[in-house]
Design a protein around this ligand. Structure first.
Ligand code: KIV
Ligand code: NA
Length: 261
């Protein structure tokens, strides 16, 4: 299959096709999502929460993101792979953001970075894109701002959110991710830009949708936001498999003759 690129995504928006995006943090899951035809994989800093067990996205480091991006980049044959700039690589100097973003292209087989922020990040987005690194902007709820915002909540400042998306597009962002806004605002933002929009908790009118894979497949025990659709119980499957294995050992039933030399 030919590789999904920023041109493919732009064409999908023009032709009113929907974009599918999911997070991935390791080889086997990335391989399965890629084979399933997911268009874009995101090595999200949600890694901190759903893989590392932290309660916010803040603790994950650039080196850790790179380690996981290597695995996902190796697995993805068709999907475009986007990598989050972890806190505070997108908040310190612009030069530092370019260096961190360049590591994604030099050290992994991934294709773009994602950066939280809109209008106030415009010059940073422009500098990274000028350096040759595609940028997806992330507006609306910004999990890296959790302590300044005092928690996670639906974003409702329509004028500011539209300005953020427009500024990100003008700065050269190839797409805008919109997190946790009303359906009306998700639609209004999408209508105010020409680049693809990817929503998470942003209603059905964005160009595409993204979820955290571990939420979608039920792979962790943590809190699930309202916008998540959980379609499988992988944690339950793992627990049942492990419990059955332990029982078969206690029963003296494993290994059988067939499983022995
Ligand atoms: O880190 C992440 O998983 C994200 C979400 C928007 C999918 O940024
Ligand atoms: Na993120």
């Amino acid at each position: 299959p030919s590789r999904v690129t920023i041109r493919t995504l732009a064409k999908m928006r023009r032709e009113n096709q929907s974009i599918s995006m999911l997070t991935a943090y390791d080889f086997p899951i990335a391989e399965a999502l890629d084979e399933a035809g997911i268009d874009v994989l995101l090595v999200g800093d949600s890694l901190a929460m759903v893989v590392q067990g932290h309660s916010t996205t803040l603790p994950v480091t650039m080196d850790q993101i790179i380690y996981h991006a290597e695995m996902v980049g190796r697995a993805a044959k068709r999907a475009m792979v986007v990598v989050d700039l972890p806190f505070p690589e997108g908040q310190l100097s612009i030069e530092r953001s370019i260096e961190a973003s360049a590591r994604v292209l030099k050290e992994t087989q991934c294709h773009a970075v994602k950066l939280e922020g809109g209008a106030e990040q415009a010059s940073r987005i422009e500098a990274i894109v000028t350096a040759g690194i595609p940028v997806m902007a992330h507006v609306g709820l910004r999990p890296q701002n959790v302590h300044v915002d005092g928690g996670y909540r639906v974003q409702r400042d329509e004028v500011q959110l539209i300005a953020d998306a427009k500024a990100a597009q003008a700065a050269g962002a190839f797409a805008v991710l919109i997190e946790c806004v009303t359906t009306e605002i998700g639609k209004a933002i999408t209508e105010s830009v020409t680049v693809p929009t990817i929503g998470i908790g942003a209603g059905p009118h964005t160009t595409g949708q993204v979820l955290v894979t571990h939420d979608l497949i039920g792979f962790h025990s943590g809190y699930l936001p309202k916008f998540v659709r959980q379609v499988a119980d992988v944690r339950g499957l793992i627990k049942d498999a492990a419990a059955g294995y332990a029982q078969s050992i206690r029963d003296g039933e494993f290994p059988s003759e067939k499983e022995s030399f």
